[in-house]
Design a protein around this ligand. Structure first.
Ligand SMILES: *Cc1c(COP(=O)(O)O)cnc(C)c1O
Length: 500
């Protein structure tokens, strides 16, 4: 807004100051700030491509939109895309309404997600449910957000005529979800690094069988950390990054969080009869992206009693919620487990929750993360903040390989329902915190077909595959092999950008 001769002018329209104030009160605006306080408020479209603010913090709404009882009552009857529109339009107010609606309608279809429910609820017994989030193209919950991101990116690039080269490192789910969301999109190329021979055969085939010309699978002679180091090195080369329009789709992207808020509402409506009831959610967690969306839903006013955070052996988050100490691990301390998508050393989205926990005190977040960014722990156990954690509904627990296998077998025997290893971690911890009068919704984050070995160990046979995936490993594969060398990867990116 500018001030010209006592008038307030915005987008070429000038008003008397008192009327300008009224106009702004009537026009809801959603602006994003940084958890570390160093970013002027920005609209959604300006944080869409990154989510990381220049001061190292994460983008977060200035205020969470709140949902009235009347709105919640109307939302109960909505289809998935209609509900997604209601929720997303409260976070995105700089894309014209009709455009946003059509992006959403085109994303959440039965064709892409297998059912028109998009996230069907399965009831194991009264009060115990599994919310199916894994019916997208790569059979993991990340598709729900990534498919939307693909369409949002496409829309944005179509408007500006820009190009985007997405560079990422993956040990499995994120990379394939990103590739399936971006395949065939105009103006977008995906360069995805993965450790040669280290992913499961299913995951490798899922990614490498893509024949789309804008998808570049780069198998690196090395381990996952080598891949991640290359991505970091390229991202820190600002000149290269700018010249080649390099972007990322990692889990701190705010649009991914917002897309995930939707299924907390959907799951709530499916598991309850009226909006007086409360439910609890059990969430298999790694980078804190999924459960961060649950936290946002609760802040908006969804009647969530507890957010039950489940980790595997890599229990950095469980440790925090139990003790108040957040102690990021080194990569050598990070264990490779049978729920590999939760194998993390620190949780990138966790900073968003701490921002809220501190009463949105950016200075305090900055201090805490100046330790974290040097690999050091912080300890809130002796502060009033520790007691406040329960006000936000959080409880936690951890699981391990034996518990996972037992849970998969137990759920199969009792309910004839087969779950994957990540979902099993959630079920294990969720059931330990289950309360008699509160429905428990466990989030299913992947399908068992992706983790055949553990399923074999639990029930003595391999899981069935959904239609279309039977012969995945037999399809021709398209990938290049490179050394773990930044220069070589940069040269390859340059070459491909010039060629197409
Ligand atoms: C990514 C992933 C998780 C962890 O989700 P976060 O948002 O990182 O907490 C859990 N399970 C599966 C199958 C995943 O792919």
């Amino acid at each position: 807004m500018t001030d010209s001769g006592g008038m307030h002018c915005e987008e070429g329209v000038c008003r008397r100051p008192d009327l300008a104030l009224l106009h702004n009160l009537l026009k809801p605006t959603m602006r994003y700030i940084s958890t570390r306080g160093g970013m002027p408020p920005k609209p959604f479209s300006e944080i869409l491509l990154s989510g990381l603010s220049p001061d190292g913090g994460l983008a977060i709404p200035e205020v969470y939109p709140s949902v009235t009882a009347a709105e919640l009552a109307t939302w109960r009857g909505l289809s998935y895309p209609a509900l997604a529109f209601e929720i997303l339009s409260r976070f995105v107010d700089d894309i014209p309404t009709d455009d946003l609606r059509s992006i959403i309608d085109q994303t959440y279809t039965a064709e892409v997600f297998g059912t028109s429910d998009i996230t069907p609820l399965k009831t194991l017994e009264p009060g115990l449910h599994i919310l199916g989030l894994s019916n997208g193209p790569t059979l993991a919950f990340k598709d729900i957000a990534m498919q939307l991101l693909g369409n949002l990116f496409q829309y944005q690039l179509d408007k500006t005529g820009d190009e985007l080269n997405i560079l990422g490192a993956t040990s499995g789910d994120t990379g394939s979800s990103a590739e399936y969301a971006m395949r065939g999109k105009r103006g977008i190329r995906v360069f995805m690094l993965s450790p040669l021979g280290k992913m499961s055969r299913f995951q490798t085939a899922q990614m490498f069988s893509l024949q789309d010309e804008n998808i570049f699978n780069i198998a690196i002679r090395g381990v996952f950390d080598d891949c991640q180091d290359i991505v970091k090195a390229v991202s820190n080369d600002h000149a290269f990054k700018q010249a080649h329009r390099i972007g990322t789709v990692n889990s701190i992207n705010w649009a991914r969080i917002v897309a995930q808020v939707v299924y907390y509402f959907k799951g709530y409506f499916a598991a309850t009869k009226n909006n007086e009831e409360q439910v609890s959610f059990a969430v298999p967690s790694g980078n804190f992206g999924n459960i961060c969306a649950g936290h946002v839903a609760r802040m908006m006013g969804l009647p969530i009693k507890r957010l039950i955070l489940a980790t595997n052996e890599n229990d950095v988050l469980d440790e925090f919620f139990r003790t108040g100490v957040y102690r990021p691990r080194t990569t050598t301390e990070t264990r490779h487990t049978s729920s590999p998508s939760m194998d993390i050393s620190k949780a990138s989205n966790f900073e968003r929750f701490i921002f809220d926990l501190t009463g949105r005190n950016a200075r305090q977040v900055r201090d805490l993360w100046s330790a974290v960014d040097q690999g050091k722990p912080f300890d809130l156990s002796q502060t009033p903040l520790f007691a406040k954690i329960t006000d936000y509904g959080f409880v936690s627990g951890s699981s391990n390989h034996a518990a996972r296998i037992d849970t998969i077998r137990d759920i199969y025997q009792r309910y004839q329902v087969l779950v994957d290893t990540h979902t099993a971690d959630g079920l294990k911890v969720g059931q330990a915190h289950r309360e008699t009068d509160v429905p428990l919704i466990c989030l299913e984050t992947a399908l068992p077909a992706k983790f055949a070995e553990s399923i074999q160990e639990a029930i003595g046979r391999e899981p069935e595959r959904p239609a279309g995936f039977e012969h995945l490993e037999d399809s021709p594969q398209r990938f290049v092999v490179k050394d773990a060398d930044v220069g070589g990867v940069k040269a390859y990116i340059t070459e491909q950008c010039n060629a197409s």
